[in-house]
Design a protein around this ligand. Structure first.
Ligand SMILES: NC(=O)c1ccc[n+]([C@@H]2O[C@H](COP(=O)([O-])OP(=O)(O)OC[C@H]3O[C@@H](n4cnc5c(N)ncnc54)[C@H](O)[C@@H]3O)[C@@H](O)[C@H]2O)c1
Length: 322
């Protein structure tokens, strides 16, 4: 089997014996990455804010190889540093960090509560920065290692209706490409993973985010996302790990999004007109599906993580060490 993989140009040994930390490992893309890493011979630390979920996935991963679980909220720098320190102590090094945990906050910006900005910035951007802060010096000391930050194709394109999320993913792309150049001189690799749509719970808001709308039925959500041809997390993980082994800087999966990215770079004004058309269509589809804006409800009732009963951000009161 190894021989046949080699014949098709893969690097079957790239992950054998490697120590990999995966955040957001309890679900979706993180879970698929953890399983595929173990299949390819890596030992995996499955981390998630959902500790029970992380332990369940670590049990699954152990069917393929070596794994253990850590309950980790990536917003907590001290906790992140402890996970890296424990991993280095146990295994002698950290070869790979998949900075993958993320949340989605959907809806248009005029419906946001203050926490709609804070929640998504804290997890999707500060969480990635915390990961870099925790592992980078360890990797520099080793003179080896690979940090893989999960952004999105929304980190390459403007996407109305997802403004706060899109802002964080653009920031993660910029962070990763800049750091890649610095890190190279230390023997450390940095890549950014930009998936298109992938069938995971985040498409409906996920456990710690929200879609921005009430009254959206699962079948409506599925129908709307189907237009973007979502792939399975397993297919994404397999292609992503091939590209990480090749040390690609910006990993875009599925590949057709590269053409959209190129069109955006070549004809940004024309593309903005297309996004405006798509926004109008999305508004019509949502209205036809009976969806109402959820953030307004969140303002009154504290409907999601990070919002108190008055709809005010509780960011300042969170136990965060950074
Ligand atoms: N699914 C897609 O279509 C898609 C597309 C592009 C990018 N992404 C990105 O991929 C990454 C993984 O998302 P997914 O699709 O697997 O979603 P998911 O909701 O299935 O999984 C996200 C995981 O992150 C965990 N998490 C959330 N907040 C956390 C925190 N503060 N600390 C630690 N863990 C936390 C959740 O518990 C969950 O297990 C995210 O960064 C997301 O933005 C997803």
């Amino acid at each position: 089997m190894l021989g046949s993989a080699a014949m098709f140009g893969r690097k079957p040994l790239a992950y054998v014996g490697k120590i990999a930390i995966v955040t957001g490992g309890a679900s979706g893309i993180g879970r698929a990455l953890a399983i595929e890493l173990a299949r390819r011979g890596a030992s995996v630390v499955v981390c998630d804010r959902d500790g029970e979920g992380a332990r369940a996935v670590a049990d699954e991963v152990r069917r393929e190889g070596d794994a253990w679980a850590e309950e980790l909220d990536v917003r907590d720098l001290t906790a992140f540093e402890s996970v890296v320190a424990r991993t280095a102590l146990r295994s002698g090094r950290v070869d790979l960090l998949f900075n993958n945990a993320g949340i989605g906050v959907g809806g248009e910006a005029d419906g946001y509560a203050p926490a709609d900005w804070d929640d998504v910035f804290d997890v999707n951007l500060r969480g990635v920065a915390n990961g870099v802060q925790s592992v980078y010096r360890q990797m520099i000391a080793q003179r080896s290692g690979h940090i893989v930050n999960t952004a999105s194709v929304l980190g390459l394109l403007p996407v109305p209706g997802n403004t706060s999320y899109t802002a964080t993913k653009h920031a993660v792309v910029g962070l990763s490409r800049s750091l890649r150049v610095e890190a190279e001189t230390h023997g450390v690799r940095v890549s950014v993973l930009c998936p298109g749509a992938v069938w995971t719970p985040i498409l409906a808001g996920g456990r710690f985010g929200h879609s921005g709308y009430d009254g959206l039925r699962e079948e409506t959500i599925k129908k709307m996302w189907s237009a973007l041809r979502p792939i399975s997390p397993e297919a994404l993980a397999s292609k992503a790990l091939d590209a990480v082994a090749r040390d690609e800087a910006v990993i875009v999966v599925p590949g057709f999004w590269r053409a959209v990215w190129l069109a955006d770079k070549l004809a940004p004004s024309a593309m903005l007109r297309i996004y405006a058309l798509l926004l109008r269509r999305t508004r019509k589809d949502l209205a036809a599906a009976g969806a109402t804006r959820a953030a307004r409800r969140a303002r009154r009732n504290g409907g999601h993580d990070g919002v108190d009963e008055t709809g005010t951000s509780v960011r300042a009161r969170r136990p965060m060490s950074n």
